[in-house]
Ligand binder design. Structure first.
Ligand code: COA
Length: 674
């Protein structure tokens, strides 16, 4: 299989005519970096960073040299940052994929009355996948056009063509994203069905004929019977893929010693996708628990071994109606996943299944069970992977909340960007919980450019901090008009940064490019990238993303740092779905409290908008100055004797939400994250 991440495809459909990603001017990036970091650092840290940045950006200095090398790279490559970004964001990351990296879409709870109902649903879904694959193979997907900010420009379509053709191969130091090449010699087209932690090959094209829904149901029925057969139970090899990437690479190397295992791995690596027929997960099927089942499968005792995490698309159909998709993130973004999933769900609604039962007599060859030859060494590795998955699932603190007081229409009526408003609300929530601002990531699509993926909107702006302080510490002392003006300031800062990001002029990709080109040139790592501020800037305690849907479902993912939150939101006309995650192991975080603060903040913001009715007054210079002084005195949170949020808030004017963990919540073992 050719390596995908090193070979920019030239025939990727939809990319023709798109501009190349620009390279921002060095000075702009460095200035913005300083202004993004000032309020997140102590005065001492900031002064050091300022000097380091000045030296880096001096005329004729290291920055200029690296910038010129990036300019050369931009001329040669379709997208100067793509390879750097893919490696940094995914392939070099050694963390286990479940929870830490792979997001999931959670479908509405299905009402399966009998076991056959879940198989009918699965057959219907698979038949939609095959329809969609036909569109992809014919390069017949209509080009996406941007919506929202700067609407109307065409978007790069490359990510779609990786949905069913890629595989993330684990490596000892770095993974590889590989792609199948179907044009030279047609690949066998098959889906891998996971059932009771056993893996089966379901050929979807037999004798040059694509299986129809009834055929698919017939085959799935056979698979369930084979999986149930007691004699042939094989170890749950899928668990190995849930381990850290280096560990999985090593286990795979051990497995590969046996030809039986090599053949099985080859079938999995070349499949279109996985269909995971899950056992019932448990009595509770709330949004929150369904999100957890999707992210980690319920661990070893449930469906954790019924997965193969390297494969980009894993459709989960649970016997209890808990359904969704788990995706390996490196080939595409959530927005592409949503488009594909919405197609499938609309297909299922638009072409209702007429299946009553599977064919009792079938000419179709029986699906094949994949065999594994497991030495004692493999069994030991399996035990170790299982333990780590258990720790990961015990550590996940998930909270899905449907905020029903208003949706994006209310925000639009205020003549405010809903995304910017929600981001400011997230900043307010974090401040209310923890009384400090933190480095924040919001994904911004750069699909307006060739091979565009995402850059970061640094939502922790000084204006958002000023607003958060006014709404908490200064609740009594700041007038509503002033608060409203600060809200407008925070929204304007957020919206400006958003536009900067989606037009390819944000700082994160640029700084990454400068760092990586220095590495490529075998230069010593420039000071700016060794500086503590750079580490802090990349510790995304808030990892946020808008994933809107037009069909009822929602996206969720885990935090990216041990003491952080993952906040995914889905704004609808009259409500907003928030999926908030954190790790129980961290004494600093609690998803339920974060949600509480978020809701309170959104209600306060709504009341403020209603009271002020969008009337803004000129800024008062004096107030701004007061706030700036305040900002600086508040930034000592970096000290190692960091206070618990509840302690730090004791002297504040407005009583904050107190983060208290129940004793049992802190008694979790260390999870795989380092
Ligand atoms: N007044 C009234 N309406 C406004 C407005 C204003 N000031 N500003 C924006 N709106 C409207 C927009 O026109 C849009 O209308 P629509 O719902 O009819 O399309 C709507 O509000 C939403 O716009 P906005 O909230 O500003 O957000 P957006 O849709 O432009 O999204 C990003 C902003 C950053 C989320 C988007 O550009 C992006 O990059 N999305 C990809 C994120 C991603 O990759 N997620 C997955 C990661 S895995």
């Amino acid at each position: 299989m050719p390596v995908l991440d090193r070979e920019p495809s030239k025939d990727s459909g939809g990319d023709d005519g798109l501009p190349k990603l620009p390279l921002p001017p060095l000075k702009d990036t460095l200035d913005t970096y300083l202004s993004c970091m000032k309020h997140l650092l102590t005065e001492e840290q900031f002064n050091k960073t300022k000097d380091t940045v000045k030296e880096f950006g001096a005329p004729g200095g290291v920055g200029d040299l690296l910038q010129s090398k990036l300019e050369e790279r931009r001329l040669k490559e379709a997208n100067w940052v793509y390879d750097f970004w893919l490696s940094d964001m995914y392939l070099n990351n050694r963390m286990a994929l479940p929870v830490n990296s792979s997001p999931a879409m959670v479908f509405p709870l299905q009402n399966f009355k009998a076991p056959i109902d879940s198989l009918r649903f699965a057959a219907h879904l698979l038949s939609g996948v095959l329809e969609y694959k036909t569109l992809l193979d014919a390069r017949a997907l209509p080009v996406d056009y941007a919506r929202g900010q700067l609407a109307g420009t065409p978007m790069c379509m490359e990510q779609y063509y990786r949905l069913f053709t890629s595989y993330r191969l684990p490596g000892p130091e770095r993974d590889t994203l590989v792609a199948q090449e179907s044009c030279v010699m047609p690949e066998p087209e098959h889906v891998i069905v996971a059932c009771k932690k056993q893996f089966f090959v379901l050929d979807v094209v037999i004798n040059f004929r694509r299986l129809n829904e009834r055929d698919l149901l017939t085959q799935l029925d056979k698979i369930v019977k084979m999986a149930d057969s007691g004699e042939e139970q094989l170890p749950p090899i899928g668990l190995l893929t849930s381990d850290g990437r280096t560990e999985w690479a090593e286990s795979r190397r051990v497995l590969m010693r046996e030809s039986t295992n090599r053949d099985s791995l080859d079938m999995i690596e070349r499949c279109l996708c996985l269909l995971c027929l899950d056992d019932a997960s448990g009595p509770e099927l709330s949004d929150t628990t369904r999100a957890m089942w999707m992210l980690h499968g319920g661990g070893v005792a449930k469906n954790g071994g019924n997965r193969w995490y390297d494969k980009p698309m894993q459709f989960v159909v649970g016997a209890d109606g808990c359904c969704g998709v788990v995706c390996e993130h490196s080939p595409f973004e959530g927005i592409v996943l949503v488009q594909c999933t919405e197609y499938l769900l609309k297909y299922m609604i638009g072409s209702p299944s007429k299946l009553l039962r599977a064919a009792s007599v079938s000419e179709l060859p029986a699906p094949r069970r994949l065999r594994w030859k497991c030495t004692p060494e493999v069994h030991k590795l399996l035990t170790s992977s299982a333990d780590k998955l258990q720790r990961l699932l015990r550590n996940l603190d998930m909270n899905v909340h449907k905020f029903e007081e208003h949706g994006k229409e209310f925000i639009k009526k205020q003549k405010i960007s809903p995304d910017a408003y929600i981001q400011v609300a997230i900043q307010l929530a974090y401040y209310r919980c923890h009384r400090r601002p933190v480095s924040t990531y919001e994904s911004a699509s750069i699909r307006r450019f060739q091979q565009g993926r995402v850059d970061n909107i640094r939502s922790a702006t000084p204006k958002a901090l000023a607003f958060a302080k006014a709404m908490t510490d200064g609740m009594q002392s700041t007038s509503d008009t002033e608060k409203m003006e600060m809200l407008r300031g925070a929204i304007a800062a957020q919206t400006n940064y958003t536009i900067r990001s989606i037009t390819g002029l944000a700082i994160d990709n640029h700084l990454l490019g400068l760092r990586e080109i220095a590495h490529e040139l075998r230069m010593e790592k420039p000071e700016i990238f060794k500086d503590e501020a750079y580490l802090i800037s990349n510790q995304f305690i808030l990892s946020t993303s808008q994933v809107p849907t037009t069909v009822e479902m929602f996206c969720c993912y885990g935090p990216v740092v041990p003491n952080g939150y993952g906040v995914c939101y889905n704004p609808q006309s009259d409500h907003i779905i928030f999926s908030v995650s954190s790790f129980r192991e961290s004494p600093q975080t609690c998803s339920a409290e974060f949600v509480k603060c978020l809701v309170q903040g959104l209600l306060d913001m709504r009341d403020l908008c209603n009271k002020c009715n969008c009337v803004s007054t000129p800024t008062k210079q004096r107030k701004e100055q007061t706030l700036e002084t305040h900002t600086q005195t508040e930034t000592n949170w970096q000290s190692k004797t960091q206070q618990r949020p509840c302690e730090s808030s004791k002297n504040q004017q407005a009583p904050p939400q107190v983060l208290v963990k129940k004793p049992d919540q802190t008694q979790v073992e260390a999870q795989t994250q380092t």
